[in-house]
Design a binder for this molecule. Structure first.
Ligand SMILES: O=C(COP(=O)(O)O)N(O)CCCOP(=O)(O)O
Ligand SMILES: [Zn+2]
Length: 305
């Protein structure tokens, strides 16, 4: 059934488990995520970025909202990284039940003002809002420690920000970054910082850039002809610890992309005569579904629907 993001996340934070927000750009990802959620009896968030909205248009948004309404588990349809008020309005018009306004690259006062404006519009139509404070972008190794610190979420600022904006959940910058290259060795998550934020912010907290980028998947991608450098993701134990400290929404996109693409390459490589898309998109869909199920087990959302 179609519910708001807050309905899913408030329960998750209160009961100490995480809920996956999985990005979709097409029919196969959407089917894989929803089938996994129903099999695992897990709530789930279907996330569409602005890039997804541009790529799939109304064919994608109509399909996602309609399938979420029919789902046998709670599903929120979420705008990921909305960059403007106008972009959020488009998602509201499409029937989304959760929207992110990401003004984390702006100064604090601009972020507060723009986020507050979105909260007023979204709340007026019963939709809940994710905001972001702190810079998620990959922080290069050469950046000085104090500069890095300035880019991560400041706990006291987070408290004031949430009080002034009325946002429903908060994406925090605690060391993760988008994509397959999250840092050398075991990428860094600042759990002590997260603990301080969670003590001051009772709202559900959100972790972006949370993909695990498992080496087995990286190897399978390479073996199928894919090219990828020294990829690394967030260790499962670090995710579990972050959930125990207050993270309720965990974003996963890269792992799904790697799984899907590895299987497309692998199937086509093994069957050079194949040109029926169902024969190579089907196995890829199954691979995405397995990744989603394993993430739900890690997050603790199995059986929570
Ligand atoms: O946090 C994440 C994904 O994190 P991950 O890369 O660790 O999976 N996201 O918000 C996904 C962002 C996807 O945006 P786009 O469609 O423009 O490429
Ligand atoms: Zn993100």
């Amino acid at each position: 059934m179609l519910v708001t993001g807050l309905e899913i996340l408030k329960k998750a934070r209160a009961e100490g488990y995480g809920v996956g927000a999985f990005n979709t750009n097409n029919m196969e990802f959407t089917q894989a995520i929803l089938e996994a959620a129903e099999e695992m009896k897990s709530p789930v968030i279907l996330a569409l970025s602005e890039g997804a909205m541009k790529y799939g248009g109304r064919a994608l948004t109509r399909m996602v909202v309609a399938l979420a309404q029919e789902a046998r588990v709670p599903v929120a349809v979420h705008l990921d990284h909305g960059s403007s008020y106008e972009s959020v309005l488009k998602a509201l018009r499409e029937g989304f039940t959760s929207v992110m306004i990401d003004k984390s690259h702006e100064d604090f006062e601009t972020n507060v003002r723009e986020t507050k404006r979105v909260v007023e519009a979204a709340h007026a139509v019963g939709v809940t809002v994710e905001a972001e404070l702190g810079r998620l972008a990959g922080i290069e190794e050469h950046v000085a420690v104090d500069e890095k610190d300035a880019l991560l979420t400041n706990p006291e600022e987070a408290r004031i920000f949430m009080e002034r904006t009325g946002a429903d959940y908060l994406a925090v910058a605690i060391g993760t970054s988008h994509g397959a290259y999250k840092g050398k060795g075991r990428p860094f998550i600042d759990h002590p910082r997260l603990e301080r934020i969670a003590a001051l912010v009772p709202a559900p907290l959100v972790l972006h850039g949370a993909s695990a980028v498992p080496q087995a998947l990286v190897e399978r991608f390479r073996a199928a002809g894919g090219e990828i450098g020294e990829a690394s993701g967030i260790h499962p134990e670090d995710i579990k610890k972050a959930i125990a400290l207050g993270i309720a929404k965990i974003n996963t996109d890269t792992d799904l992309r790697l799984a899907f693409t590895a299987l497309v390459r692998e199937t086509l490589g093994k069957n050079p005569k194949e040109f029926d898309p169902r024969k190579y998109l089907g196995p890829a869909r199954e691979a995405v579904k397995e990744v989603v199920k394993s993430r739900m087990e890690l997050f603790g959302s199995v059986g929570k629907a």
